[in-house]
Design a protein around this ligand. Structure first.
Ligand SMILES: Nc1ncnc2c1ncn2[C@@H]1O[C@H](COP(=O)(O)OP(=O)(O)OP(=O)(O)O)[C@@H](O)[C@H]1O
Ligand SMILES: [Mg+2]
Length: 235
C-alpha cells in the first residue's frame, strides 16, 4: 500500500459564477521513500491535488487514502495533517510572531516540542539563521519562503507536500533548497509541485497534470470516461 493513493479522483469547486472541475479522474500512488514532482500549467490542479491529500478539499468522486486513512471526517483529517509537512504557496506564518516563535507555535499545535539543535542546523543549511528573531513581514520573499520551509521541515514530517518550494528564490538559494531536499529524498516521501525543472533532481517520478488530468505518456490511449463518473457538462 502506498503512502498516498488516488483512484479516479474528481474535484469540483463551486463559485458564484459557476463551477470548476479542477481534477478529472486522477489516479496515482506515492510509495514509501518516493518523491513525485507534479508539473503543469497554472490552474491545472496541482495545489488542489495537495489540498485533497490534506483533507482540505473533498472529492466529488473517487477514493483517496493517506497513510491508509480516508481524509474525510474531521478527526482523520486532523490526524493526517498532523503527520504531514505542508509548504503552502502563499505562506502560513503568523505575522505577530517571530520566525522562531512561529516554529514553536507550529510544533505545539501538532502536539510536539521543538528540537532546538535540529532547527538551528536546518536554519544554517537554509541560510536563514539570521532571520529567526525577525517577524515574517521583515523578511524578503526569498527569506520568507526558506523560513516557511524551515518550519515545515523542523517538525519531523512523515510526508512532505511542497507547493512550489523554489518560487521567489534566486539561483543560489534554489540550489540551497534543492540540496537540502535531496538529503530528505528516500527517507521522507514527498510530493513537490513546481515549474522549476531543477527539481527533477530530487524526484523519482514526474506527474504531468493538464486541465485536471494526468497526461499519459505518448503512445497510450487517452483517458476514457467510465459510466458513473462525472462528465464534463456536470461542471
Ligand atoms: N477555492 C477555489 N474556488 C474555486 N475555484 C478554485 C479554487 N481553488 C482553485 N480553483 C480553480 O481550480 C483550478 C485549479 O487550481 P489550482 O490552484 O489547483 O491550480 P495550480 O495548478 O496549483 O495553479 P498554479 O500553478 O497557478 O499554482 C483553477 O481553475 C482555479 O481557478
Ligand atoms: Mg498552485
Amino acid at each position: 500500500m502506498g503512502v498516498v493513493e488516488f483512484e479516479d479522483v474528481f474535484v469540483k469547486y463551486e463559485t458564484y459564477t459557476g463551477s470548476v472541475l479542477a481534477l478529472r479522474g486522477i489516479t496515482f500512488s506515492l510509495g514509501e521513500g518516493e518523491t513525485i514532482l507534479v508539473v503543469g500549467p497554472s490552474g491545472s490542479g496541482k495545489t488542489t491535488l495537495l489540498r485533497v491529500i490534506l483533507g482540505l478539499v473533498q472529492p466529488m468522486h473517487g477514493t483517496v487514502r493517506v497513510f491508509g486513512m480516508e481524509p474525510r471526517d474531521g478527526k482523520t483529517g486532523l490526524e493526517i495533517r498532523r503527520r504531514i509537512g505542508y509548504l503552502t504557496q502563499e505562506g502560513k506564518m503568523i505575522p505577530e510572531l517571530t520566525v522562531w516563535e512561529n516554529i514553536i507555535f507550529y510544533a505545539k499545535g501538532r502536539g510536539r516540542k521543538v528540537d532546538e539543535n535540529r532547527v538551528r542546523e536546518l536554519a544554517r543549511e537554509l541560510n536563514v539563521e539570521a532571520v529567526l528573531n525577525k517577524h515574517p513581514n521583515q523578511l524578503s520573499g526569498g527569506e520568507l519562503k526558506r523560513a516557511e520551509l524551515l518550519m515545515v521541515l523542523s517538525d519531523e514530517p512523515e510526508l512532505l507536500l511542497l507547493d512550489e518550494p523554489t518560487s521567489m528564490l534566486d539561483a543560489e538559494n534554489s540550489k540551497v533548497v534543492i540540496d537540502l531536499l535531496s538529503t530528505f529524498k528516500g527517507s521522507v516521501p514527498m510530493i513537490v509541485t513546481s515549474h522549476d525543472p531543477r527539481l527533477v533532481e530530487v524526484s523519482n517520478r514526474i506527474l504531468e497534470v493538464t486541465g485536471g488530468v494526468v497526461r499519459k505518456p505518448e503512445g497510450t490511449a487517452p483517458l476514457s470516461l467510465k459510466d458513473g463518473r462525472p462528465k464534463e457538462d456536470d461542471a
